[in-house]
Design a protein around this ligand. Structure first.
Ligand SMILES: *Cc1c(COP(=O)(O)O)cnc(C)c1O
Length: 540
């Protein structure tokens, strides 16, 4: 293999302009700019299906000693990395919240990397700081719809923040609850506040045994991480059983009162606008009222569903979101922005002062440095991608995309529901749904004796897992799977296929083909054959 010189002259060339032999990387670049999905279909070949085989290509733990030509390395990347990546652009990849992106993100990401701004402080970002603040303001407006005077006053104010931009929904949730925690356990008389004095002193001062947060069982696992890093403890994550997939206000109120009667304090109720597993939306308006009654913060995790606010037809599904103290939205999900764009938005522009940090050389008092109120430090100019998408697609463009996803989920659900060999497990409230394969003879499974029902469900679970894996390995299409409690099966968990419809290029024919493939795989499966026999249904 050709090795480059170990010389400063060579390294200078790497920093300034491509070396002579740049053909591979230049070709990759041209192909990507020309047509990303074509590039991916051509180069993502998934020849190796086992992760262990792929690991062989990444087995050395030493940094290579000598420099390599960029082109040589680019070939290596194509071979080892790109070839065994996941083609998230494929219209039949409908198992996760990651999908195709509009083409303009490629040249824009070059601009972002080219400028290499650091949004932690004005001194390394300048115009990117007002841009990020404006973008957060646009999201604030989408949720809270305040008047012009409000935005004139707060958009660029050094002592306020309408939100915090971060790498994703996890950090957004942590940021929101960090603010909530510091506000709840703030300075009071002699007590300097949790931020300075720590949690033990705060519990003592406020005379509370534990702080907790509450969500339905469908809450995202990032909430578990949140209670962990905030020092509240995972035992104080109150996950409420939710066979209907949503947190009911009555349950929330009862559990909250019970928790507080034991000497604890509920920090926040989390309403979910689009659960990760089924896309359900909690009754946000009622939960906001419960939070008020319990005297706690109300946070809405709209990481997935937040973009629904663009749709005048479906916006009402998130009614009550405007009562939230804070809202998480991921732009890298239904806003079609590359990975790494999350936001938390605060109703009250002063809220984030509860986490404000200053340093001597940056983030000085009175500066507009964004880093003073973000959990992360150095951050890239990702906000530009959100800003540009808002301009290029516009509210109306987003509305069309969102409406299409929701309506496609509805028609896919109808297709499944009408099919003898499938069972729709959760109907789409937004653009997610769950279902499974189920032989026609078991149509009345839900009304059978619970022991028999459970035994059959266990076999169906095994079938679902097996078919999902086979389909993934065949590589033509991908749906994911999860386990959820289902009301019609006496709130016991069952394994289901999970589908997320977000790729605008997915067609009805793609969806039909996915069901067809699943049914074909099932008919040759012994569990399916056993369960399909009439005699089995009769003994059941
Ligand atoms: C995706 C998601 C998250 C986590 O977001 P990341 O961007 O993966 O960190 C949190 N909550 C919900 C509801 C989500 O869908």
């Amino acid at each position: 293999m050709a090795k480059a010189d170990v010389s400063l002259a060579h390294l200078f060339r790497v920093f300034t302009k491509p070396e002579h032999d740049d053909s591979t990387l230049a070709k990759i670049e041209r192909h990507l700019s020309d047509n990303v999905s074509d590039f991916l279909s051509q180069h993502v070949v998934t020849k190796k299906t086992s992760l262990e085989d792929i690991e062989q290509d990444f087995s050395s733990a030493s940094v290579p000693d000598s420099p390599e030509f960029v082109s040589t390395h680019a070939e290596d990347l194509l071979d080892k990395l790109v070839a065994h990546s996941v083609n998230t652009y494929s219209p039949t990849f409908i198992g996760h919240m990651t999908s195709a992106l509009p083409y303009f993100h490629l040249p824009l990401s070059k601009l972002m990397v080219g400028l290499n701004q650091n949004l932690v402080k004005i001194e390394t970002s300048k115009a990117f700081t007002p841009l990020e603040r404006q973008t957060l303001g646009m999201l604030h407006n989408l949720i809270y719809e305040q008047d012009d005077e409000f935005y004139e006053r707060y958009l660029h104010s050094a002592s306020h923040a309408l939100g915090a931009f971060c790498s994703g929904g996890t950090i957004a949730n942590i940021t929101a609850l960090w603010v909530a925690r510091n506000l709840l356990l703030g300075a009071d008389g002699e007590f300097s506040g949790v931020s300075k004095a720590g949690l033990v002193a705060a519990y003592r001062h406020y005379n509370i045994d534990n702080l907790g947060i509450m969500s339905s069982r469908r809450g995202h696992y990032s909430l578990g991480k949140t209670v962990d890093v905030l020092g509240i403890g995972r035992d104080n994550m109150l996950s409420i059983d939710s066979p209907k997939q949503v947190l009911t206000p009555e349950q929330a109120l009862a559990k909250g009162k019970e928790y507080q009667a034991q000497g604890n304090k509920l920090l926040a109720i989390i309403g979910i606008a689009g659960t990760t597993e089924t896309g359900h939306v909690d009754p946000l308006s009622e939960l906001a009222d419960v939070a008020k009654e319990l005297g706690c913060w109300f946070h809405v995790d709209a990481a997935w569903g937040g973009a629904t606010l663009f749709s005048s037809t479906y916006r009402h599904k998130l009614a009550g979101i405007e009562k939230a103290d804070s809202v998480t939205i991921d732009a890298h999900k239904q806003m079609y922005v590359p990975m790494g764009a999350g936001m938390t938005i605060f109703k009250d522009p002063t809220a984030s002062s509860a986490v404000r940090h200053h340093a001597q050389y940056i983030l000085r008092e009175g500066s507009k440095d964004l880093g003073a109120t973000t959990l992360e430090g150095s951050r890239n100019g990702m906000a530009m991608m959100v800003y540009s998408s808002f301009h290029i697609l516009g509210r109306r463009g987003y509305e069309l995309l969102i409406d299409r996803s929701i309506e496609q989920a509805q028609s896919f659900a109808a297709m499944i529901d009408e099919h003898d060999s499938f069972e729709l497990m959760t109907s789409p409230m937004l653009s997610l749904l769950t279902y499974r394969l189920r032989p026609k003879v078991l149509q009345d499974l839900a009304s059978l004796d619970s022991r028999v029902q459970h035994a059959i469900n266990q076999q169906l679970d095994e079938l679902t897992v097996s078919i999902q894996k086979q389909q993934r390995e065949a590589g033509k299409s991908f749906v994911s799977r999860t386990r959820i409690e289902i009301e019609q099966y006496k709130n016991k968990p069952v394994t289901v296929f999970r589908v997320v419809l977000a790729n605008p290029l997915t067609s009805e024919d793609d969806l039909k083909a996915i069901l067809k493939e699943q049914l074909e795989l099932a008919t040759s499966h012994d569990i399916w054959q056993r369960l399909s026999s009439d005699s089995y249904a009769k003994t059941a």
